[in-house]
Design a protein around this ligand. Structure first.
Ligand code: IMP
Length: 427
């Protein structure tokens, strides 16, 4: 396996956790480079379900090095909770197999609180965030008022910086949002105490990843969320606050972009989104409900019902192009069994004009309508199919149409949550 990037090519929740877990078998190092505990990567191993929010999915494979890079927004409470949760289930988690960047930014209690208060303030204009403090943490990073993991380890420095930051945040919490301010000393004591528990994991992860690449190690970069939630390329402002595709690796893992050798996008055979914002192929009807029910489409981080709709080839084509994908993996194909017909948005229509390209030139999605092609459905249960040739003809026709339309080879299909429920292309 060369140095590989795996990213979500829709609005997140494409089933990356399972695929990354599968690919982690052939990797020496698994690296997260953006996002935070807003992600929820579900992995099922031997009937046991694990939901990982911050720690790379490779942690379920003994002997691998798992890295949380500098571009990740790290909530120390969530990190330690996840470490303890894995240990309680018999997984070995220590500083040899899990590395945390000294320059990753820290999510504090005030970030979480302000995330939730800002959403309340926005009212109808809310983003529908996960409330995990992601946006406010990245905002402080850009404003140069944030604290990094390494700062936490320096007690005196941490107290000075956190005291200054919190004084300003408390003014915001109290005077703008009308809520009770956070107890300054309590917060200082809490986070400086947590720092000691982080210490065994902390290092310069950028140097570690680059030196692993020089030594010919197999590195897997694990994207969280999806391309349409990318802060630059996505449906702004209804996005997350990081670069979610291969475009985020250079900055978020301190790894040279030109050293990424293989790029794989992951997309569901249909489409979902959580939170607010444009979703051209959304089905607010019985079809959408059926997809939600058959696909069990509820958020793994927040439990929210996901918005459901048809595959959007315009969006996926754009996502794959942005990250320069060599291949696509299509997940949840089994969920579409039983639909009499299946639709795919091949193009958009706007102001009477049909277009194949993503409308990044339009400030909003008002008036954008998908132009669908309809495909016949199939009734067979796909969850036990392991060979491409054994798929019903209608399912193969569907897969091949998606492939043609997005212009990237589909390398694998996933037909259930277990590791072995995959169909390699060409089988
Ligand atoms: P935030 O990342 O919590 O700020 O949320 C911003 C937007 O990204 C919201 O629409 C969230 O629902 C969405 N989002 C964040 N993380 C995920 C994820 O892992 N899967 C799907 N959507 C996500």
């Amino acid at each position: 396996m060369p140095t590989t990037s795996v990213f979500g090519a829709q609005w997140g929740d494409e089933g990356k956790g399972k695929l990354i877990d599968l690919m982690a078998r052939d990797a020496d190092m698994i690296v997260r480079y953006q996002g935070g505990a807003n992600a929820g990567h579900t992995v099922v191993v031997g009937g046991e379900k694990y939901v990982l929010h911050l720690i790379p999915s490779g942690i379920l494979h003994p002997g691998k090095v798992n890295v949380i890079g500098n571009g990740v927004a790290v909530d120390p409470l969530k990190f330690l909770e996840e470490v303890e949760g894995l240990r309680a289930r018999g997984q070995q988690v220590d500083g040899a197999g899990l590395k945390l960047s000294a320059t990753a930014h820290v999510i504090f209690e005030h970030h979480r609180l302000i995330d939730q208060l800002s959403e309340r303030w926005r009212g109808e204009g809310r983003i529908g965030t996960t409330g995990r403090g992601i946006g406010p943490c990245y905002a402080d990073k850009a404003a140069r008022t944030g604290l990094r993991v390494g700062d936490l380890l320096d007690n005196a420095y941490c107290r000075t910086r956190l005291r200054a930051a919190l004084a300003e945040k408390n003014a915001l919490i109290e005077r703008v949002h009308g809520e009770r301010p956070l107890d300054l000393d309590g917060q200082l004591d809490r986070y400086t105490a947590l720092a000691e528990r982080l210490r065994p994991f902390v290092c310069d992860t950028g140097a570690l990843v680059r030196s692993a690449a020089r030594a010919g190690k197999r590195i897997l970069f694990e994207g969280a969320q999806g391309a349409m939630l990318d802060i630059d390329g996505g449906t702004y402002p209804f996005v997350t606050s990081s670069n979610t595709g291969a475009n985020g690796i250079a900055a978020g893992a301190s790894f040279p972009a030109r050293a990424i050798e293989r790029v794989i996008g992951i997309a569901k055979a249909y489409c979902t989104r959580v939170g607010e914002g444009p979703f051209p192929t959304e089905q607010v009807n019985a079809t959408g409900e059926r997809i939600r029910k058959q696909g069990n489409e509820y958020g793994s981080t927040t439990g929210r019902p996901r918005r459901c709709g048809w595959f959007d080839a315009v969006a996926v084509r754009y996502a794959l192009e942005l990250s320069g994908a060599d291949g696509l993996i299509v997940t949840n194909l089994d969920v579409l069994s039983g639909f009499p017909s299946i639709q795919v948005a091949m193009r958009y229509r706007h102001a009477g004009v049909e277009r194949r390209d993503w409308p990044a030139d339009l400030p909003r999605f008002d008036g954008v309508e998908p132009v669908y092609q309809t495909f016949p459905g199939w009734n067979e249960d796909l969850t036990r199919v392991r060979k491409y040739a054994d798929l019903p003809a209608a399912a193969r026709t569907y897969v091949e149409a998606l492939e043609r339309e997005v212009g990237t080879p589909i390398q694998m299909l996933s037909v259930g949550p277990e590791r072995e429920q995959v169909i390699p292309r060409g089988s």
